[in-house]
Design a protein around this ligand. Sequence first.
Ligand code: ATP
Ligand code: MG
Length: 384
Amino acid sequence: MSRVILIRYGEIHLKGKNRPFFERALRMQIKNACSESPCNVSMLGGRYYVSDYDEKNEDILVQEIIKIFGIHSISIAHEVEKSVESLIEAAIKLAESQEVTKGTFKVEVKRADKTFKMRSMTLAALIGEKMLDAYSDLSVKMVNPDHMIYVEVREKCYIYMNKIDGPGGMPVGTGGKAMLLLSGGIDSPVAGWMMAKRGIQLTAIHYHSFPYTSERSKQKVVDLRDIISDYCGPIKLIVVPFTKIQEQIHEKCEEKYMTIIMRWLMMQIAEKVAIRNKCKALVTGESLGQVASQTIDSLSVSNAAVSIPVFRPLIALDKIEIMDIARRIETYETSILPFEDCCTVFLPKHPSTRPKLDDIIKEVEKLDVENLMNEAIEQVEIIR
Ligand code: ATP
Ligand code: MG
């Protein structure tokens, strides 16, 4: 029996003629994730198999593979010769190696290869019977057993006991490119992760207001980028100097509109930089009603600043739900480090929650927008 990691995809099954495009992309992601440990990645009958690896690398391979978007679940399986006797022998050995020699169990057989003579139910019953003979403390239970033994009869035969859930979604890159407005907070890294899960390849943009915000606050954003890159693939980070823009808004515009005007310029700069980087949409971590700049009126204004689509995957999640995801993807501990974000600098005492587009346009006209934006874009720092 040789060990294989059996990988199932989810939504890709719903694809029609373009399914091979998604399958190739997923295979590429799996190959990349496995590139540090010598192994073979193959695809057969709508599944992927990672085989011929050194068993001591198995945990590392599983940890890498299980993060890949597009994967529905994986199992660590044994490849078995295609015969009833071999399957029975394999089931008995597997139970012993997993210390499944007491309690309740059920055998489930899937026979995709219809040329295999014995029917699924008959094979399951026979394997079950032989296991009962081998281990007298085991008993069969059809509903909620302690242990499951899965047998698959396909091009080859596989036997396994566990299924580990993957993240689902689509392989990164199959959904096009978008630009993530990445702050050092809890929300935007989660928003980026969620869009990457739908197949988006991310580029990130961050606004930095040195010396109001420190080098450490910039490093925090780099760290967050690195954490989500583990799931989302390499993310180019573009850091835009924002100090001069903020100072001019502070000096010339009405205080209650400070945040929304800042947001307006962030969106416009992001759109310009997005187009240069072949990104077709923006992604933000906004959630409806979370703060003054995230009311329907405020979001309508910031939408009006740009003409490319703005994706806000957190729009209907509450903070607790967002924090749960942040913990799961391990950005939370970094996000809560206490370094200022440029949005918290010059925070108005009474921010407007119902800004009107015409008023904001008039406010923005008080600024030397073209020059400010061009200057900021010329001075970006790129962190790969
Ligand atoms: P987060 O937790 O992501 O910082 P937040 O709840 O603090 O979000 P805001 O500060 O209002 O909300 O920011 C809303 C969104 O604007 C962020 O999710 C992010 O997409 C973007 N944003 C805010 N500050 C920055 C920044 N300095 N650089 C880039 N994008 C930013
Ligand atoms: Mg923030």
